[in-house]
Design a protein around this ligand. Structure first.
Ligand code: ADE
Length: 435
């Protein structure tokens, strides 16, 4: 749970094994000698052209700003006379590329679960004007259980001024390159959406849509939109791919349209419902009504910022035996009970829970690889240790007794989430609840 200290040196780490090699860098799995915490350490030789070193500086400055469960975290960077080091979150499940190779291809439900997280990560990048420019299976990393996907490698990423700012420099991997970039036309954020389309396709089919042994052939296929969609895919999957791989960048779906596409909103399985009104300030400050409930989700759209998948409706509803949403009788005694609960919070326990992420329209809930729970809502971050006793709130450490009231509310919310997650994992209907 402790963050790596900002002043580090290579002497503080034990190298466990190499993880990969890029054009200018090597990545190693390392362990902090002091804390035993595991990281991925990206090592870049300093004797590189100035332009390459500027790229590294740019990568650090972009990735340092990003804090999201679906983006690989850059803890810190440091350097010595020979190398520049990037200390990154370690994703023990490796690359999505290797996972797909091992499984040949993924089911639609697994693709849905992982790609929903990838698009959540892209949504954050694009909302900050960050254009990744190298989205591909090899730059998506997984946790041990292959249930959490994180976007990594910001080596080619750039910050742009507006949604429609265009670039001309060709970069990116040919398999995932957009037709506008392949034709040397100006290209922008929509090229990341194209690459995402190639990722969705590759998950479902086992290889990217324009895969060819020769780069030139691949580029020709991209320019001619020469790919085929296998018949075994569902209509929703086919439709999503066709809309992502639209040759006209202006016609490609936006991140919010993708998140509300029917492929990501399959209603046939029960979903975890988390009352996201909690993110609203009014609710946050005053309302003490139930924060979380379970049932068959009517996936909805967030009308304010376009859409988010799997968000619960704000009207109180419950599930009838047929799975219909029915009005919920509002029990005022629950309000009273809940305000009393704030005075006598029981420690939550995360024992035996798998990593999990659920994105809200104003934040997220995450059970981390380290077994802690993070609740990030309305720019407030609470992290609770697996035994429920150590609490980090807005960067400060507390105990159950010392945490402020605003942290207590988030703590209770986290505790309710844990109850729901446990109930669902017991019912074996967990699959649908990852984001
Ligand atoms: N390979 C490259 N970056 C990595 C990371 N952050 N975790 C695991 N493997 C990696």
């Amino acid at each position: 749970m402790e963050e790596a200290s900002p002043t580090q040196s290579i002497e503080n780490f034990e190298i466990i094994r190499p993880l990969g090699r890029g054009g200018y860098s090597d990545v190693f799995h390392v362990k902090s000698i002091e804390t035993n915490e595991e990281f991925a350490l990206k090592v870049i030789k300093r004797n590189k052209p100035a332009q390459a070193l500027n790229r590294v500086k740019n990568e650090i400055s972009i990735q340092m700003k990003l804090e999201h469960p679906n983006i690989v975290k850059l803890h810190t960077s440091f350097e010595d006379s020979s190398f520049i080091y990037l200390l990154l979150e370690y994703c023990s499940g490796g690359e999505l590329h290797s996972y797909i190779k091992q499984k040949e291809r993924l089911s639609e439900s697994e693709t849905r679960r992982l790609c929903k997280q990838i698009i959540n990560g892209i949504d954050l990048l694009h909302s900050k004007g960050i254009f990744h420019r190298d989205l591909k299976l090899g730059n998506v990393l997984l946790n041990k259980n292959k249930t959490i996907a994180k976007i990594g490698d910001f080596g080619l990423a750039i910050e742009i001024e507006g949604d429609d700012e265009m670039r001309r420099t060709i970069c990116g991997t040919p398999n995932y390159i957009s037709p506008e970039a392949a034709s040397r036309k100006p290209y922008g954020l929509a090229s990341d959406i194209w690459a995402f389309g190639c990722i969705v396709y590759a998950c479902l089919v086992g290889k990217p849509p324009f895969d060819c042994p020769e780069v030139k052939q691949t580029l020709n296929k991209v320019k001619n939109l020469d790919y085929s969609i296998p018949d075994y895919l569902s209509q929703n999957a086919k439709d999503l791919i066709a809309q992502l791989l639209s040759p006209d960048p202006w016609k490609r779906l936006s991140t919010s349209q993708i998140m509300s596409h029917p492929f990501f909103n399959n209603n046939s399985i029960p979903k975890l419902q988390i009352k996201t009104d909690y993110c609203n300030r009014d609710y946050y400050e005053g309302d003490t009504s139930p924060l979380i409930k379970t049932g068959k989700a009517r996936t909805g759209t967030d009308t304010k910022n376009g859409s988010r998948a799997s968000i619960a409706h704000s009207t109180r509803t419950t599930q009838s035996s047929e799975g219909e949403n029915m009005p919920l009788k509002y029990d005022q005694s629950q309000q009273v009970r809940r305000s009393l609960q704030l005075e006598s919070i029981q420690p939550l326990s995360l024992y035996n829970l798998d990593p999990f992420v659920h994105t809200l329209n104003n934040g997220y809930i995450e059970i981390t690889n380290q077994g802690s729970i993070k609740v990030y809502i309305a720019k407030r971050l609470l992290e609770v240790s697996s035994d429920g006793q150590v609490i980090f709130y807005q960067g400060k450490r507390y105990t159950l007794k010392t945490m402020p009231r605003s942290a207590q509310k988030l703590y209770l919310y986290a505790s309710n989430c844990v109850d729901v997650i446990r109930k669902h994992s017991v019912q074996n209907s967990f699959d649908s609840q990852y984001i």
